[in-house]
Design a binder for this molecule. Sequence first.
Ligand SMILES: C[S@@+](CC[C@H](N)C(=O)[O-])C[C@H]1O[C@@H](n2cnc3c(N)ncnc32)[C@H](O)[C@@H]1O
Length: 211
Amino acid sequence: MSKPTETVQSYWDARSDLFGNYYKKPSSFDRVFRKGVYERQAIAVKACKEIGHATVLDVGSGPGVNSVSLIKNAGASHVFGIDFAQQMIDYAKQTVKEEGVAEKCEFVLGDILTYDFGNRRFDYSCALGVFDYVENAAKLLQIMANRSTHSFMASWPENGLRMALRRYRYTCPLFHYSESDIRALHELAGIAPDKLELIRIGGGWASVAHK
Ligand SMILES: C[S@@+](CC[C@H](N)C(=O)[O-])C[C@H]1O[C@@H](n2cnc3c(N)ncnc32)[C@H](O)[C@@H]1O
């Protein structure tokens, strides 16, 4: 029997608790096999902290746990989270309320690829676990480059056994990247090679691009 397929939006709309628990109630399995999730969070915090009191765009903000961490651990002054899954937005709003940082956060339901930001820009933007689900990675990276005045950070899954297992399990489309893909995408977004940091993490790469 063939596997059911769904959109990325409906996939994540049904899994806000599951993903939130990777942070809130991590199992031993999560700590070992999803260590990239925690590594990329630490890199996002470090890059944001370097700016100091940054305004942040959290692309695909999911359960809002990273938004909280950017406020509490990186000293961000404000986080604007965008996600196209309503359940994730509701979960994120609840998370920031519970963590006492709701007044520094704003979450909107929307597709990052079509959302109208007007002139709004941020010191820093990050996309953690999002390029995995975006077919037009060049467009998303360009949006992040245009919206960020200081730097922007992202995680990138690589091909391999883990990706093969995810493709078997997941019912929505998934995309992967090589080191050269990531470098080429940044050049396309106007980032010179010497302004790009690429860091190995579990399951792929994290990038920090400096304007
Ligand atoms: C794996 S979760 C990661 C959540 C969060 N960034 C984290 O690391 O905890 C990916 C999230 O990206 C969101 N997402 C994927 N593509 C998106 C798009 N085009 N616009 C807005 N949100 C998107 C999904 O709805 C989902 O909540």
